[in-house]
Design a protein around this ligand. Structure first.
Ligand code: UD1
Length: 363
């Protein structure tokens, strides 16, 4: 029995690290790893393989960057060849990237069942690339692993009821497993900040960074937040955001911010654990802040991780400088984290069980 697991973007490497390990330990199937190449800079890709001791992918599709159509098409064509050569009983895909959708399309046309990890997330705007990718992938999948009951309800609202499992969040497994390696004091000292006395920020969504207005407003808001609280803001810069800041001549709008390159998982979690709070448009980081007991400002019009908004732990914030300052100040107030919203860190085992059950139905 064989499962091909497809990754390509930063958060998927982190998730696959634990799922792949659990799969190999179970010995239940031959786990073939494919890297699409959507993320390719060493600090966007290699660093994660090193940190997690992940095996080299058996196939690297080398697609690189491009328009949505070009990237999705390149992964689709290359994955078709891989799937025809490998002939797996299932394809495993993660989340909502172009890599995810392309892999799912290739498998569906070859009638290979799809296991979708992090299924059932829904958020506005409906036309954002990630939303398109996740809705279509969910409708093609045979097994849908949701992080919470909200995911299962979202799927039911679209008449997807078969093969749906509430398995918890694999990112919580990763967080708990790697927590002994986090070094909050050393990480903050290395970046020249004091534990408890700084913010961590990340920014990469197209609707925030691809036009000068929202990007300028958010950077200005972060600068003013830093000035008003006296706390440095560490802004970890996705290559896309750095390119846009240079193109729009916005490096000056980031005055007063500490600009960092993309950082690896262990360093980022270490910095979050010692931070006062987080500001981000990353789906993963808004949950990871919660796992670290830190509140987050979610720089998005909406989020799939609504549970953390509804209880008031995280705050949604539009790209307006004054609102960024107000939200950043507000999340400094302590609020008790809601308990076990996304399971208790046993998701890798649940994924293995669901995959085994799928494989036994194929034999
Ligand atoms: C992608 C996902 C997003 C996820 C994010 C995690 C899609 C549609 N989006 O967004 O859901 O949250 O990954 O990080 O799949 N670039 C580099 N080096 C790299 C990778 C990208 O310079 O290694 C630059 C390129 O200019 C590229 C741009 O970043 O065009 C955007 O990269 P892309 O993979 O298209 O989307 P992300 O913004 O990374």
């Amino acid at each position: 029995m064989k499962i091909v697991s497809l990754v390509g973007a930063r958060p998927q490497f982190v998730k696959e690290a634990l799922v792949g390990q659990a799969a190999r330990e179970s010995g239940a199937w031959d786990h073939v790893l494919v890297h699409s190449g959507q993320h390719y800079d060493p600090d966007m890709s290699d660093v994660f393989f090193k940190e997690f001791g992940m095996p080299r992918p058996q196939h690297h599709l080398g697609v690189g960057s491009g328009s949505h159509g070009a990237m999705t098409a390149a992964v689709l064509a290359a994955m078709e060849e891989v799937l025809l050569a490998e002939r797996p009983q299932a394809l495993m895909v993660y989340g909502d990237t172009n890599t995810t959708l392309a892999g799912a399309l290739a498998a569906a046309k070859l009638r290979i069942p799809i296991i979708h990890i992090e299924a059932g997330i829904r958020q506005k705007p409906r036309d954002m690339p990630e939303e398109i990718n996740r809705v279509l992938t969910d409708h093609l999948a045979s097994r849908l692993l949701c992080c919470s009951s909200l995911g299962a309800r979202n799927l039911a609202a679209e008449n997807i009821r078969q093969g749906v499992h509430v398995a918890g969040d694999i990112m919580l497994d990763v967080f708990l497993r790697l927590r002994p390696r986090f070094a909050p004091a050393a990480a903050s000292a290395a970046r020249g900040v004091v534990p408890g006395g700084y913010f961590v920020a990340t920014l990469h969504r197209d609707f925030n960074v691809d036009r000068p207005e929202p990007l300028s407003a958010i950077l200005t808001g972060l600068s003013r937040l830093s000035a008003s609280t006296g706390m440095p803001v560490l802004l970890c810069l996705h290559p896309r955001t750095r390119q846009r800041m240079e193109r729009f001549d916005l490096i000056r709008a980031a005055d007063g911010l500490v600009l960092l390159p993309p950082v690896g998982y262990i360093e980022l979690m270490s910095l979050v654990c010692a931070s006062a709070a987080v500001l981000t448009d990353s789906g993963g980081l808004q949950k990871e802040a919660y796992y670290a007991g830190r509140r987050a400002v979610v720089l998005m019009p909406d989020t799939g991780w609504r549970e953390l908004i509804e209880c008031g732990f995280n705050l949604l914030c539009p790209p307006e400088a004054d609102r960024v300052v107000a939200a950043g100040q507000a999340v400094l107030a302590p609020v008790a984290p809601p308990p076990a919203v996304y399971g208790c860190g046993e998701t890798a085992a649940a994924i293995v069980t669901v995959a085994q059950e799928l494989l036994s139905s194929c034999s």
